[in-house]
Design a protein around this ligand. Structure first.
Ligand code: DX5
Ligand code: ZN
Length: 222
């Protein structure tokens, strides 16, 4: 199935001092989804924000809030993120022993369920859960920080995941080191959602966000 390429700016690279304004700006600049990177300082070596912050900025955009949980455990907080206004909630397969249970819990909250894999995690962990998954988020950097370089082995992984997914209605999202230079290979391999933090928020103004998003989109669709 061919899905249109979507751009999901990661607010990790936004100015947190004016986060709602940054979301309004990136929305007006052409973002398809708003990607929210939640980090706990335990599953990943960095801390960002939690459900209360997402709740407070939710009103800044009507677009899909794509919430990437880099937290362990995740299950005790799923209801909070659902109540905060997440549309998609993605957990890491490495974050707990019961991925199938986490996915059922997310769907029971009425949200789309995502699974993320670190660069070193093989895609076969998805195999028995495919019918419970709406989105697969492949990390192309080790999660924790924006501005890292794209890990090339992610391309082969996208291809394998695309084959695994077959005709199921599952989005394949790539996260880390996405730029106009890396986007063409990513999309060619089979991903349809591109997360980009530093490549979108560089320049610090709505005008630059618009040209940054347009550059990624153009490269992705070339
Ligand atoms: C990494 C986060 C990414 C990150 C991407 O842990 O999950 O979403 O913000 O940042 P860039 O696009 O700068 O690599
Ligand atoms: Zn992310």
């Amino acid at each position: 199935m061919t899905r249109p390429v979507l751009i999901a700016p990661s607010i990790l690279s936004a100015d947190f001092g004016k986060l709602a304004d940054e979301i309004r700006a990136v929305d007006a600049a052409g973002a398809d989804w708003i990607h929210c990177d939640v980090m706990d300082g335990h599953f990943v070596p960095n801390i960002t924000f939690g459900a209360p912050v997402i709740k407070s900025v939710r009103g800044a955009s009507k677009k899909i809030f794509d919430v990437h949980l880099m937290i362990a455990p995740a299950d005790p907080y799923l209801a909070d993120f659902a109540a905060a206004g997440a549309d998609i909630i993605t957990v890491h397969a490495e974050a707990g022993p019961h991925l199938d249970r986490s996915l059922q819990a997310i769907r029971a909250l009425g949200k789309k369920a995502g699974v993320s894999l670190n660069p070193s995690t093989p895609e076969n962990v998805l195999e028995y859960c495919l019918d419970r998954i709406d989105l697969i988020l492949l990390m192309s950097v080790n999660p924790g920080f924006g501005g890292q370089s794209f890990i090339p082995s992610a391309i082969e992984k996208i291809r394998r995941v695309k084959t695994l997914v077959g005709s199921r209605p599952i989005d394949i999202e790539i996260d880390g080191g996405v730029t106009p230079e890396t986007a063409p290979e990513i999309v060619k391999a089979g991903a349809n959602v591109l997360v980009a933090g530093s490549a979108v928020f560089k320049g610090g103004s709505q005008t630059s966000y618009a040209s940054n998003i347009a550059a990624i989109r153009k490269a992705a669709n070339a």
